[in-house]
Design a protein around this ligand. Structure first.
Ligand code: ZN
Ligand code: ZN
Length: 282
């Protein structure tokens, strides 16, 4: 079975995420290892890492993924791009000292650059980050995007070009986001359409590269390129497609992470829906 979970706050200390995740019954969680809206962060003291690892070892939560800062733009030219590359390196080093093996990052925004040029910049930066973090077991997961503005990664082909640009490095993976895929125009609302989507991911990058799946319904209609998440079954995707993901044997042990609104039924409500789709108890 896939590992069900949610994006969890680390307010009050990184290890507090386990308390919150456990109270929701999560088998996997996603966290920010630092303030996602700030470039700089103090290095992680050894004591913090020890507490985190000790708490994890006592927890039923099997997998922890990290999401990188929203400020990072590997497609930016010049100093912003360089800063982004250093920031991703820092995120990887933080993950490594916390025992986290997956970091989700947005491929970047091309701004006014042509897409090909932007993809080349991202590829170069990924290669240099991989080089500078050689030997670390952390995998960089490129997230599929909704296609708002000039964000790269709304097309699976673009994600595949980035993977190819790193010579298919084992430490490059991908993160599928259902809301983003749908906003970008992909359909998976019938079993046949779902299978077509998964087969094209397999053909383009290989299913073993999927290190995380974000499960979010979409407020907006398919192909609108607008990124707004809603509770499962409350949006334009509808509830049943989420069942295809969470019961897919090909994704056993892949974390399926909710990033749905905290209001209303909250993550607890969405997790109950997913458990029901998996055929278990609510
Ligand atoms: Zn994201
Ligand atoms: Zn989103």
């Amino acid at each position: 079975m896939t590992l069900l979970g949610a994006h969890i706050s680390v307010a009050g200390g990184l290890e507090k995420a386990f308390d919150r995740g456990e109270s929701l019954g999560c088998a996997a969680i996603q966290i920010f290892t630092k303030n996602q809206l700030q470039w700089r962060s103090a290095p992680l003291p050894a004591g913090v890492c020890e507490r985190f690892l000790r708490r994890w070892s006592e927890s039923p939560i099997q997998k922890v993924a990290a999401h990188a800062s929203y400020l990072i733009n590997l497609a930016a030219p010049g100093t912003l791009g360089e800063k982004s590359s250093l920031s991703l390196q820092d995120e990887i080093e933080r993950c490594d000292s916390l025992g986290i093996t997956e970091i989700v990052v947005h491929p970047g925004s091309a701004k006014e650059n042509p897409v090909e040029e932007a993809l080349r910049l991202v590829t170069g930066r990924l290669r240099s980050v991989l080089e500078r973090t050689e030997g670390k077991r952390v995998r960089i997961l490129l997230e599929t995007m909704a296609g708002q503005g000039a964000f790269l990664g709304a097309k699976l082909e673009e994600i595949a070009m980035l993977v190819e640009g790193t010579d298919w490095d084992d430490r490059i993976g991908i993160c599928l986001d259902t809301c983003h895929l749908f906003a970008a125009g992909y359909d998976f609302r019938s079993p046949e359409a779902y299978e077509r989507l998964i087969l094209s991911v397999d053909r383009l990058v290989g299913l073993e590269r999927i290190g995380c799946i974000h499960l979010n319904d979409s407020v907006h209609a398919r192909g609108r390129r607008l990124d707004r998440h809603s509770h499962l079954g409350d949006g334009e995707i509808g509830l049943s497609p989420f069942g295809y993901f969470v019961t897919d044997e090909r994704f056993s042990f892949v974390p399926c992470i909710l990033e749905t609104p905290l209001e209303g039924i909250g993550h607890g409500g969405d997790l109950a829906l997913l458990r029901k789709l998996q055929g278990g108890d609510e």
